[in-house]
Every structure is written in C-alpha cells, then in structure tokens.
Design a protein around this ligand. Sequence first.
Ligand SMILES: NC(=O)c1ccc[n+]([C@@H]2O[C@H](COP(=O)([O-])OP(=O)(O)OC[C@H]3O[C@@H](n4cnc5c(N)ncnc54)[C@H](OP(=O)(O)O)[C@@H]3O)[C@@H](O)[C@H]2O)c1
Length: 156
Amino acid sequence: MKLVLIAAHDPNLVIGNNGELPWHYSEDLKFFKKQTMGYPIVMGRVVFEELNEKPLPGRENIVLTRSKSYDHVKSFKSIDEALVYLKDSEKVFIIGGGEIYKQTIDRADELIITEIKKKFEGDTFFPEYRDKIGSIWEEYWREEHKEFDFVKLRKV
Ligand SMILES: NC(=O)c1ccc[n+]([C@@H]2O[C@H](COP(=O)([O-])OP(=O)(O)OC[C@H]3O[C@@H](n4cnc5c(N)ncnc54)[C@H](OP(=O)(O)O)[C@@H]3O)[C@@H](O)[C@H]2O)c1
C-alpha cells in the first residue's frame, strides 16, 4: 500500500486557521478531487467536522478520533488500526489536518503538495519537509500556476 499525504500550504507551511482553510482556490479543490477520487481518504476529526461530518463522495472516508464514533462513517482510535484496515488498498491518502500529517509524514511514500504563493495567517502547519528535499524527498513532478504550484515528491 502506497501512503500519500496531500496538502496545500503557504510559504510558511500554514495549512489552516480556526479550523478552516485560510484560502479558497477552486482549481486546488478540483486538483484534490482528481488525485483522491476512488481511493480511501483518512482524516482527523477536526477535518471531518469542517466537512460538516459529510463524507466526500466516491472515496472511502476514514475518520481518526479517540472521542467520537459515527453511524455513517468508519472511524478508528489510532492510525495503526486505520492502516491495518486499509492494508489491501493500492493507495491511501492522508488528507489532514495538522495533527494527522505530523504523525504520518515519516511513513509516507509520497507528498502531493499545493504550494500556495501568498502568505496567510494561520494556526495549523504542515510539518517541515523542505529541508529534506534532496535527501529523503525527491521532487519528480511540478505544474506551475499563477497563484500556486502543484508538486509531487517521493521518498528516495
Ligand atoms: N491546507 C490543507 O491541505 C489542509 C488539509 C486538511 C486540514 N487543514 C486544516 O487543518 C486544520 C485541522 O487540523 P488539526 O490539526 O486542528 O486537526 P485534525 O488533524 O484534523 O484532527 C485532530 C483530531 O484527530 C484525532 N486524532 C489525532 N491523532 C489521532 C490518532 N493518532 N488516533 C486517533 N485519533 C487521532 C483527535 O480527535 P479527538 O479529539 O476526537 O480524539 C484530534 O483532536 C483545519 O484548519 C483545516 O482547515 C488544511
């Protein structure tokens, strides 16, 4: 199983503010949908609440929480339990938020990053990885746009 973290961050690695995305780029949402469609997506409880507890269609939604359980979506109390459940999937996407990225980046095979060019106020960050490009991470694909670049990195 290939584990992929997919995230959008600003130049300071900001990914969120007050439980929400600090920006709205519809092209980025389309890109996210295209990358993840058909694959399981794993998210923290805060992200699921940001989705108003409505699973994203066309993808198996998995929520990580130690405090809640849901009737309409599968949840796990640990990342290990979730990944054991998903072990036969070809590819699994970690879609955030900050707590979940931090706990999974070391075991990720790939990062799919939207590099937002403008700076935003934020209280939630993607873990630092850019200092490891060239050692642990290798950028192998980049698509440039006016307000952001889409970038794919794989573990060397
Ligand atoms: N820019 C992006 O690409 C992007 C993507 C996603 C999210 N975000 C932003 O990130 C922010 C949310 O991130 P966050 O760090 O606050 O929250 P989060 O990572 O979405 O969720 C944290 C919650 O997940 C549960 N959790 C954490 N580790 C766990 C583990 N090992 N096992 C089981 N459950 C675990 C806990 O839920 P319980 O408290 O219920 O136990 C914890 O409170 C929002 O602002 C959102 O907009 C940005």
